[in-house]
Design a protein around this ligand. Structure first.
Ligand code: UGA
Length: 420
């Protein structure tokens, strides 16, 4: 409870020096320059945290890696700490975070598992036990897994890679469903009923986003390449390629359906966050879709219940991977993108628009007054649902031409140029 056993402070050095256990959760952006650019993790922030810990510590410490860091970071951190040790003993533990945005508190209180990696030496095992005791206050013992350091670090990357792979698998299926007349929701329902596969994380979408999946897979790819495992690197790279393909495919579908040109046409963008119930836009698929449509000279009116206008403008002008640095290190974008306006609600975004693109699965998009929206749009009025949230039949009855990812195609779309 705040003020009793929870305190906030900006006096980092004082608290680090007093603590027995230090959790480090700094950002680990993708490197944009130099060796490993575009793939490897930039450990600048981690390194400066480790140097600061070494500078201010006066007693033995357990340093816990909470940030997702590529395998063997702990070893590098250990070196920094022990080289400045002044006789102080450090134990490094890896304790990766598995919570997801939107369900963070739930995930924290009832985690599927807590993973603690450490050295397999007597001191290492003691440190593992100390951290285990902290979690044991609310997590059942059988959910606390202990491993060696590298297994813990790699398991985090592996878990995210497996999750992202499920989405790319179902998204790859969605393209095939559209081509054949199958329905991807029915396919994933049937597939997920196999208890070995399971029903979660099989929703086809315009693509996965968020601060973790792409970054962690790129790290994994880099580690494979560094270890001479080109085939393995290519295997994981494909998960990202399918994700990029899915976003491109969506843009191509929009453009080809609208007589192969969206130049000067207003398109309402519904949702910009990378998933519902968050205002987070890091690596959101909406960014690539919007950039794609702007590339074809569309005019966009963007509505998201939680993302600010400022954030959207910044995202549309930001370079790849800049988002993961502190805001004062991000490039300024004094002039927003001209062809983009930000709307207060879905009705304003859709007014006089030729098409709507649903890019985040916000619940409110399920219950909009689509009749009213239709009446205020240009005709033919299109809805491109990148999250399978709308009732396709109902919208078609109103008069919309509807595209929904992985669903049997609207007769209108069938006659349009094929989408690669
Ligand atoms: C993800 C993992 O789920 C967490 O376990 C992990 O701790 C976290 O990354 C991290 O490394 O910090 P998060 O990025 O918050 O969590 O969000 P997810 O719920 O995993 O969603 C990621 C993306 O996949 C979203 O864009 C979402 O819309 C998309 N998605 C998810 C689909 O397209 N289909 C699905 O079936 C599920």
């Amino acid at each position: 409870m705040q003020g009793k056993d929870l305190f906030f402070s900006t006096d980092i050095e004082k608290h680090v020096s007093e603590a027995d256990i230090i959790f480090v959760s700094v950002n680990t952006p993708t490197k944009t320059r130099g060796l490993g650019a575009g793939k490897a993790a930039d450990l600048t922030y981690w390194e400066s945290a480790a140097r600061m810990i070494a500078d201010v510590s006066k007693s033995n410490k357990i340093v816990v890696e909470k940030s997702t860091v590529p395998v063997k970071t702990a070893e590098a951190i250990e070196r920094i700490l022990t080289h400045n040790s002044k006789g102080i003993k450090y134990q490094i533990l890896s304790n990766p975070e598995f919570l997801a945005e939107g369900t963070a508190i739930q995930d924290l209180f009832k985690p599927d598992r807590v993973l603690i990696g450490g050295r397999e030496t007597p001191d290492g095992l003691k440190a593992i036990q100390a951290l285990k005791d902290v979690y044991a206050h609310w997590v059942p013992e059988d959910r606390i897994i202990t491993t060696n350091l590298w297994s813990a670090e790699l398991s985090k990357l592996a878990a995210n890679a497996f999750l992202a792979q499920r989405i790319s698998s179902v998204n790859a299926m969605s393209a095939l469903c559209e081509a054949t007349g199958a329905d991807v929701s029915q396919v994933s329902h049937a597939v997920g009923k196999d208890s070995r596969i399971g029903p979660k994380f099989l929703n086809a979408s315009v693509g996965f986003g968020g601060s973790c999946f792409q970054k962690d897979i790129l790290n994994l790819v880099y580690i494979c390449e560094c270890n001479g495992l080109a085939e393995v690197a290519n295997y994981w790279k494909q998960v990202i390629k399918v994700n990029d393909y899915q976003k491109n495919r969506f843009v191509n579908r929009v453009v080809s359906s609208m007589f192969n040109t969206v130049a000067g046409k207003k398109i309402g963008i519904m949702g910009f966050a990378f998933k519902k119930d968050t205002g987070d836009t890091r690596e959101t698929p909406a960014m690539d879709v919007c950039k794609g449509l702007l590339g074809d000279k569309a005019r966009l009116s963007i509505y998201d219940p939680q993302v600010t206008a400022d954030q959207i403008q910044r995202d549309l002008t930001m370079n790849k991977f800049d988002w993961d640095h502190p805001i004062h290190l991000q490039p300024m974008s004094p002039t927003g993108v001209k062809q983009v306006s930000i709307a207060w609600d879905a009705y304003e975004a859709s007014k006089d628009a030729h098409a709507l693109c649903i890019l985040t699965e916000w619940d409110e998009f399920k219950t909009l007054d689509y009749r009213r929206i239709f009446d205020n749009m240009q005709k033919p009025a299109f809805v491109f649902d990148g999250r399978n949230v709308v009732n396709v039949e109902m919208l078609r009855d109103i008069g919309f031409i509807v595209y929904s990812i992985g669903k049997p195609l609207d007769p209108w779309l069938k006659n349009m140029p094929a989408v690669a």
